[in-house]
Design a protein around this ligand. Structure first.
Ligand code: S3P
Length: 194
């Protein structure tokens, strides 16, 4: 039974997690459910740079991309509450991590390797995976980054199926987080009499 209880979120909800876990897909749907704007950090970076992420990597390298990524995400975190999906490497930056921790509710969207591979294989616009063995690369990134994603306030396992299933899990996890007295979420505020 889906958790239909209204939630009022007074902080930005930030999705973190590896490529292919569904941050944009679930983020967009969650924003709709929470009645908040949705922002995709990668699209904002592309807009600020006037070119695509593969072009940024190709012309200027990863370090330059990471600097732009940090600037864009820090700026977005100053905006009123919204749902923000971040690129998989955003949390590598300590300042970004600290700011997310202070100003946002973070959700680590996690998926198993097979599911990530299935999803990332649909597109070839991820520079870090343009290697002979993308599966091995993703595995390395799991080892490197899982401790950082693990700092998120909430962890949700993304399932191989309709996005609505993962969305309901996310809503339920947010509601549970609110029940634990989390700052920035109110699970009762919009519960009105019929
Ligand atoms: C990256 C993930 C990508 C994008 C860039 C680098 C990463 O975003 O920011 O290609 O370092 O994991 P998605 O996680 O949305 O694919």
């Amino acid at each position: 039974m889906p958790d239909q209880q209204p939630l009022r979120v007074a902080k930005t909800v930030v999705f973190v997690g590896l490529m292919g876990v569904g941050k944009t897909c679930i983020g967009r749907r969650l924003a709709h459910r929470l009645d908040l704007p949705f922002v995709d950090a990668d699209r904002e970076i592309e807009e600020a740079a006037g070119c695509t992420i593969p072009e940024i990597f190709e012309r200027h390298g990863e370090k330059y991309f990471r600097e732009g990524e940090r600037r864009v995400i820090l700026r977005l975190l100053d905006n009123p509450p919204h749902v923000l999906s971040t690129g998989g490497g955003a949390i590598l930056d300590p300042q970004t991590r600290a700011r997310i921790h202070e100003h946002a509710i973070s959700i680590w969207l996690r998926a198993d390797l097979d599911l990530m591979m299935k999803r990332v294989s649909r597109r070839n616009d991820r520079p870090l995976l343009q290697v002979a063995d993308p599966r091995a690369r993703l595995q390395e990134l799991m080892t490197e980054r899982y401790p950082l994603y693990g700092e998120a306030d909430i962890t949700v396992d993304s399932v191989d199926g309709p996005p609505e299933v993962t969305l309901e899990r996310t809503m339920a996890a947010l509601a549970a987080h609110a029940r634990r007295g989390a700052d920035g979420i109110d699970a009762t505020a919009r519960r009105t009499a019929p």
